[in-house]
Ligand binder design. Structure first.
Ligand code: ATP
Ligand code: MG
Length: 414
């Protein structure tokens, strides 16, 4: 342990990063609001059971990635690795199922003990949407459309690709499971250790293997869509038709499965190739079984989550901070006036920066450094006349303004 280093896989959001982060999170929130979704926040830790039961004993997240600890009261709690389980828990514990459908969005930190690399952190952030209580395929279409609208607004959608697949219903899954097991059994001597384990516990997840050799084997595996029930096929057709109607382009990827076990029907990922290895920026699907699995009333659900850090890398530019007005007092009496004046302007919602020391040159330098739009210069002589100097820092233009007319003179820079 080195006390002066951040924990591996965590990072600070200093002002430039923070503005990129805000732009992504706020844009996502605004897009979701436009679809009638409301913001919620669930705790960043839950009883470990909440994730164990929902994410399934075989998912990567549960088997390897959870930050779990025993608190001082002896409870086993886990820092949330994702947002959906907490929202489902809130639906149950809050008795919200009488208010369906629920349309929620969230943003917040998630925690996974992963090997840190570009685009993969141990504390990262997700924005996400959840639509609960809608079993119709139009719900899947709406949820995907929110994701597309969000990415369009951050200027990334035209560099992204939507991949789409269906995991069918329980009957489809049962049928496909058998076929897949027989196929994979023929490659037991070649599959990675991890895939062999998955083959026992949750064979569908072998399709998700990141091992190159596994991927070659998987490439020739029977295709899920060939084993779908007519109902599942019809559901998928409606989702595709809905996306077509909205002009949302997609590519069917029959190998796409979600890492988590509770998904059914639609699953999707939006990837952006320029991000390299960790190129998935948004992923989600339908999870009709989840709330029931947690002991709540059977409730349909569909949603997605998006990695804020990965999306922030896609912003063409760092949003500019709002530009302050610098107040530059020259002399002790002016110093006092500066504080009072700053208070007056701030109450009018101007952004005002006060330097605390230094001569005129130093303070003007700082005003430029903080990207101030204007400097209000307070000299003793001007103050005696009830006036101040106003310098516009972009043009260099300088004039004298009456102190009691300062708000009007600065109105354009609020
Ligand atoms: P992967 O297969 O890359 O591990 P995942 O299936 O674990 O992804 P999800 O649980 O679907 O990822 O999370 C949704 C999104 O959250 C991802 O598409 C990604 O943008 C982001 N994300 C997931 N894990 C991390 C992480 N460790 N660091 C940064 N972003 C992440
Ligand atoms: Mg993962």
């Amino acid at each position: 342990m080195s006390g002066l280093q951040p924990v591996r896989g965590t990072h600070d959001l200093l002002p430039d990063d923070m503005r990129r982060f805000r732009r992504v999170a706020d844009t996502c929130g605004r897009a979701a609001l436009c679809f009638g979704y409301q913001e919620v926040a669930t705790p960043i830790f839950e009883f470990t059971e909440v994730f164990k039961r929902t994410l399934g004993d075989t998912s990567d997240v549960v088997t390897k990635e959870m930050y779990t600890f025993t608190d001082k009261g002896g409870e086993t709690v886990t820092l949330r690795p994702e947002g959906t389980a907490g929202v489902a828990r809130a639906l149950i514990s809050g008795g919200l199922s009488q208010h369906l459908p629920l349309k929620y969005f969230y943003v917040g930190p998630m925690f996974r003990y992963e090997r840190p690399q570009k685009g993969r952190l141990r504390q990262f952030h997700q924005t996400g949407v959840e639509l609960l209580g809608v079993k119709e395929p139009a719900g899947d279409v709406e949820v995907i459309a929110i994701g597309v609208e969000f990415l369009r607004r951050i200027g990334a959608w035209d560099r992204c690709e939507l991949e789409l697949n269906t995991l069918g219903d329980a009957a489809s899954r049962q049928a496909y499971r058998q076929v897949l097991i027989s196929y994979l059994n023929g490659f037991r001597d070649q599959l990675s250790k991890e895939s062999l384990e998955r083959l026992e516990k949750n064979p569908l997840r072998v399709l998700d293997s990141k091992d190159e050799n596994d991927q070659k084997i998987v490439a020739n595996a029977p295709i899920y869509t060939d084993y779908l029930t007519p109902e599942a096929t019809a559901f998928f057709a409606e989702v595709k038709a809905g996306l077509d109607a909205l002009g949302i382009a997609y590519r069917i990827n029959p190998r796409l499965v979600r890492g988590l076990d509770y998904y059914c029907h639609t699953c999707f990922e939006i990837t952006c190739p320029e991000l390299g290895a960790q190129k998935t920026v948004l992923a989600g699907g339908r999870y009709d079984g989840l709330v029931g699995l947690m002991g709540g009333p059977e409730t349909a659900g569909v949603g997605w989550a998006s990695g804020v850090e990965r999306c922030a890398m896609l912003l063409a530019e760092t949003p500019r901070a709002p530009r302050p007005i610098a107040i530059v007092p020259l002399g002790e009496a002016a110093e006092h006036t500066a504080t009072i004046l700053a208070g007056r302007l701030r109450r009018q919602d101007f952004i005002v920066d006060l330097g605390f020391s230094g001569n005129m040159g130093k303070r003007m330098k700082r005003a430029n450094k903080i990207d101030a739009v204007a400097a209000v210069i307070l000299g003793d002589d001007e103050l005696a006349r009830g006036e101040a100097g106003l310098k516009l820092l972009d043009s260099g233009e300088q004039k004298t303004v009456r102190l009691d007319e300062l708000e009007a003179a600065l109105a354009a820079y609020r």
